[in-house]
Design a protein around this ligand. Structure first.
Ligand code: GLY
Length: 379
């Protein structure tokens, strides 16, 4: 093993001591899984989306974890693992038809991350290619980015708020404002139609793709159309915080705060262990740790931009979520794949319930790095 060159880890002692456990675990993980693109870990073993779904929306997160660890330690094994995923994903570009609005998730943590860190020209082109695909999904009459393919030309989803940062990046890199204009129009449309007055967010919205008229909200991975799927809330919190980061438009920070306030009010009622849906029947408790840790990253982003008096609300809630998640669901064993053992795909689906899923692990690691001042900004 290479010698650890960890940067000085400051911040709360519990968070730095967890990073010291996670680092050897991830080094063992990347050695064991080289050539794979992991999604779910079952009985401690990662599956491989390179083999069975190269266009799967989560295919960038593992590389994101590895870039974060490369930034922390300087160990080449992480760079090698992350770049291998980036190269494998070129097949998704050439197959093309499997791609949809999640190209931001897929290439922000692969091509764009690589370019940000190493200035690699091929990686820059991959990032621009992904941004152009996302911009091409824009409906100029309805002012939204369509989510999926097939006949769903009028559907939008809240998750897309985490994909549009690749458009902000593309505008900043190229000087062409159109990417950013599309991102902002889409963020404004979702703010108008998917964010409710109580601060919660709907998952899916449907529009008439011909004339742009809004039709209705639709249930997705939460309990139903009127409920509050917690990962959707997290996408909205962090997504609007990032739109603020890139544009400095106050309405986005206000939206992020409003949705975060709703999240904090709810998660504080379940001991900071995030339920899969905050407006579902309370009888059967199902959790989704990924929602908590992604929302925590969003809250830490909000805390960077609010007044000193407001900061504590967001950073304290984020800290409690990360700490409690680690205490109850952390797996630090270097021989098993996956870190956080209670991510759930959705409210109604039984498969992929309370298992390690790669995006839950990514946001957990990013959250700890943010708390200790060591994160690499990948959005
Ligand atoms: N719709 C992607 C997710 O599971 O969050």
């Amino acid at each position: 093993m290479e010698k650890l060159q960890v940067k000085e880890i400051t911040g709360p002692a519990w968070a730095s001591s967890l990073l010291e456990k996670i680092e050897p675990k991830l080094e063992a993980t990347v050695e064991r899984n080289f050539g794979k693109i992991p999604y779910v870990s079952t009985n401690g073993v990662y599956d491989d989306k390179n083999q069975n779904d190269i266009s799967w929306w989560t295919n960038g997160f593992y590389a994101g974890e590895l870039w974060q660890l490369y930034h922390l330690t300087g160990k080449k094994i992480y760079l090698k693992g992350a770049r291998n995923v980036e190269l494998l994903l070129d097949r998704a570009f050439s197959e093309f038809e499997g791609l949809h609005h999640d190209v931001g998730f897929m290439w922000l943590h692969t091509g764009v991350a690589d370019y940000r860190i190493t200035a690699n020209r091929d990686s820059y082109i991959r990032g621009l290619h992904a941004a152009t695909i996302l911009a091409g999904r824009y409906n100029p009459v309805g002012k939204f980015i369509r989510a999926w393919n097939r006949d769903l030309s009028g559907w939008v989803i809240i998750d897309s708020l985490m994909n549009i940062p690749i458009l902000y990046w593309a505008s900043a890199e190229t000087g062409d404002p159109r990417f950013k204009q599309i991102a902002m129009n889409h963020a404004d449309t979702l703010l108008k139609y998917l964010i409710r007055s109580d601060g919660s967010a709907a998952h899916i919205g449907s529009f008439n793709a011909e004339n742009g008229d809004f039709i209705e909200t639709i249930g997705g991975q939460g309990f139903d159309a009127d409920s509050a799927w917690s990962r959707g809330q997290a996408w909205a919190i962090y997504g609007y915080a990032l739109s603020y980061h890139h544009t400095k438009e106050k309405r986005y920070l206000d939206a992020a705060k409003r949705i975060a306030n709703f999240f904090i009010a709810n998660v504080s009622q379940c001991d900071y262990l995030t339920l899969v849906d905050f407006k579902a029947p309370y009888s059967e408790l199902k959790y989704d740790a990924s929602a908590g840790v992604c929302a925590a990253c969003g809250m830490l982003e909000i805390a960077k931009w609010v007044t000193p008096n407001e900061k504590g609300l967001y950073s304290d809630a984020a800290t409690k979520i990360l700490q409690k998640t680690a205490e109850v669901w952390g797996d630090w064993n270097p021989e098993t794949d996956g870190i956080i053992t209670a991510t759930s795909h959705s409210y109604h689906q039984e498969e992929e319930t309370h298992v390690p899923i790669v995006y839950g692990d990514y946001y957990f690691v990013e959250g700890l790095l943010r708390l200790t001042g060591n994160e690499l900004f990948l959005w």
